[in-house]
Design a protein around this ligand. Structure first.
Ligand SMILES: Nc1ncnc2c1ncn2[C@@H]1O[C@H](COP(=O)(O)OP(=O)(O)OP(=O)(O)O)[C@@H](O)[C@H]1O
Ligand SMILES: [Mg+2]
Length: 279
């Protein structure tokens, strides 16, 4: 029965035109600005003419039904799509007015400035200490062991994990609980002093308590970093973000202040999605 309702509304939503993006895609103080971004996998277009800003020291949530292009768009922001041979990105993507697709820009250095945390925590098969120390080592951020120790401890503290692991820094990172592993991955990302943190459903594999810890952490991290988070949980988007962008079939339907998007959506497609009629 439920399935039938979802099916018919799904068809109705597919008949509604997206049109021009509704709301405000611009930030007063933009950390990153994307303009007219298109992404193709071979012949297939996955992102269609999307423009939006990420506001500095804010959390921007990217929401929308499965397959609408959230991960694809997020991966453009630190050129993770470069690793997919059939993937092609066009448009302007600027980090502090610098073209992140410029020919002379090293994607490895870019990814240190724009870090990424994935859905499934993926610690290296190394110790807790080495997981966090790895990035600073390859980027030459510490002059000696004492400096490296300081970066590791500091990063673990900021990721809210230090108290739980301080007596076992030499134990394998893979031996931690799922929520701890995700915080370890966040510590690893922070350790190279990024400016932006991209998170693709960072809590979807976690229980409610571990999720609450991560959400609280995201709220603290925005003091220092600019954050973009993909989430399937509208409650989570409402709790952690200041701005929300709603995607539908590769297009940006609506963007605005999170509270407005969830209480007073302007586009029928956004309304259908947040009221659970679609997606
Ligand atoms: N590596 C790939 N090769 C070819 N097509 C891809 C690839 N990755 C994604 N796609 C296609 O691009 C479109 C957008 O996918 P994407 O993973 O960005 O969606 P999503 O919004 O993150 O979905 P979900 O909520 O399920 O994670 C889909 O049609 C998907 O099949
Ligand atoms: Mg995805």
């Amino acid at each position: 029965m439920m399935k039938d309702i979802a099916f018919s509304d799904n068809l109705i939503s597919q008949d509604i035109e997206v049109g021009e993006t509704v709301g405000n895609v611009f930030a007063e103080d933009a950390k990153m600005s994307m303009r007219n971004v298109n992404v193709y996998y071979g012949e297939k277009q996955a992102i269609n003419n999307v423009s939006l800003d990420l506001a500095r020291n804010q959390v921007t949530a990217l929401i929308g039904p499965s397959g609408c292009g959230k991960s694809t768009f997020l991966r453009c922001l630190n050129r993770m799509n470069d690793t997919i041979p059939i993937c092609r990105v066009t448009g302007d993507l600027l980090l502090e007015s610098e073209d992140i697709y410029a020919k002379n820009l090293d994607p490895v250095l870019l990814r240190a400035r724009v870090g990424m945390v994935f859905q499934k925590p993926n610690p290296f098969p190394k110790s807790i200490y080495e997981n966090v120390a790895y990035g600073p080592k390859i980027h030459g951020l510490a002059a000696n062991k004492a400096e490296l120790d300081e970066i590791v401890i500091n990063s673990l503290q900021r990721a809210g994990l230090f108290q739980e692991v301080k007596d076992r820094l030499d134990a394998p990172g893979t031996g931690l609980s799922g929520g701890q592993q995700q915080r370890l991955c966040i510590a690893r990302t922070i350790a190279v002093s990024p400016e932006i943190i991209l998170m693709d459903e960072p809590a979807s594999a976690l229980d409610p308590i571990a999720t609450a810890v991560i959400e609280e952490l995201i709220d603290e991290l925005k003091e220092k970093y600019t954050i973009a988070i993909v989430t399937h949980s509208m409650q989570q988007a409402a709790r952690v973000s200041q701005t929300t962008a709603y995607f539908h079939m590769g297009q940006l339907v609506e963007m605005g202040k999170t509270e407005q998007i969830f209480t007073n959506p302007q586009h029928t497609l956004t309304e259908n999605y947040i009221t659970g009629r679609f997606g």
